[in-house]
Design a protein around this ligand. Sequence first.
Ligand code: AMP
Length: 216
Amino acid sequence: MNLILLGAPGAGKGTQSALLCERLSLKHLSTGDILREEIGKKSPVGLQVAQLVSSGKLVPDALVLEIVAAKIQEEKDGLLFDGFPRTIEQAEGLDDLLEKQGKKIDAVVFIDLAEGEVIRRLTSRRTCKKCGKIYNLISTPPANPEACDVCGGQLFWRDDDSLETVKRRLMVYRDQTEPLVAYYKANHRFIKVDGALAPERVTGEICAALGDCVGK
Ligand code: AMP
């Protein structure tokens, strides 16, 4: 099964990805994580995109599609796409890439969350450098604000989670990514969930709607 998680930055895509990948045995494909890794390595791709990512702008479609094409090719099992596609061009590109390999998107999950809550969540988000676990200092705080409860790794504040950049990312989302809701509603299995619910409830609702992982 191939799934897409759609939603504004901060809607809970990263958190749901971890929960769903485990329950559905899917491989997580986050273009944001891949780009941050390239930036961390200072690779040619990383150097090319660093400024765009830190300012909350989108990386060019052709580059993102190239990265995703390579990942799809090496993956035999189902994928969970997180933070991709973000434009209609990327969505069409993904359909083409999958079709060439006799694969398809089985469902699109849209996590719906009001903008005020998105801003509140993103500006208090912390992520573990080592295992990627995501915390919120208000709703799901770690025992120690500096270290991950699970692996002890250092927690960091993403530089694109500053208030100014969050507002830019939301504007980019409204202009370029939100049109994907209509795109996928029209021609794919589309599931909408309330992102304001507790993470486990959101996962439960998604699994119930998918119908094939309940009880696992
Ligand atoms: P995310 O971790 O998904 O919030 O992504 C962080 C940043 O990486 C975004 O604000 C963009 O600058 C870049 N990015 C991630 N995924 C994409 C994508 N599919 N298309 C273009 N830029 C992306």
